[in-house]
Design a protein around this ligand. Sequence first.
Ligand code: NAD
Length: 278
Amino acid sequence: SRCRHVTVTGGLIGRSWAMVFAAAGFKVKLYDIVQQQIKSALENIRKQMKELEESGFLKGALSAEQQLALISGCTDLREAVEGATFIQECTPENLDLKKKIFGQLDLIVDDNVILSSSTSCLLPTKLFTGLQHVKQCIVSHPVNPPYFVPLVEIVPHPETDPSTIERTYALMKKIGQSPVKLNKEIEGFVLNRLQYAVISEAWRLVGVRISNYCERYRDGMKLVLNTFGPVPEYSGEVEQKVNQAMSEKIPVVPKHLDSRREWRDECLARLAKLKIQM
Ligand code: NAD
């Protein structure tokens, strides 16, 4: 039988992960402490899958009904993780809460399962240090919603086993995501560092009122931005290194550049089509 995968909540991200795994044919258990969250997650997933199927955008080879049959809910942690090979934790972004969950998981899992967190900003050393199964722990940071935005940042703890990194990477590929491996942890990982750099510059330029966003992310953004180094010179060794890597990927030859542009435009066209349908 197929291995079973688990998303740990029925929240926003957990639902979308559940759809990603089910599309790839994996069994999913939605675990949540709030029973109502599971109920509404299952209803919401059903609605989304049916609509996607009708508009021809349902992922995977299985029908919506077949995919729905793979997803079930559960409010008992031990039952939820029984037989799991990969656990994608999606509880709220709160260090104490996540540490508590991983502490509980640490006591009940075997030596093979991968414990993966969806955290946006919490570093693996903060989340996993001291756990008995730290070798099996990793961050797989998605972009909301992972069903439509495939990028996943894979961030290991210093003690994460290389096989955990490779297995997570391979699994993400298998389920159709686009994983990127970070060699070590850094505040904000890569995506949020880039995003926060752009947001903070837009802030300086415009000073728009986005109070709800600020309320939620103010502290996190300041924490990440404080770790930025001085303004780069954009020249010298780093410039050469970046230039060389880019030239290797896309040779500076018109033929290659043209086909790369064509590929980009095709992607943008598909994206535009998708946006109209949504
Ligand atoms: P959410 O609030 O929508 O969902 C959280 C879920 O956790 C809820 O269903 C809640 O009932 C459940 N929960 C609370 N306490 C629990 C406990 N002790 N045990 C089990 N379940 C519990 O949050 P979200 O937006 O889905 O975010 C989840 C994680 O994903 C966070 O770490 C967040 O940083 C990360 N993330 C979010 C986004 C995003 O844009 N929303 C993007 C990338 C990563």
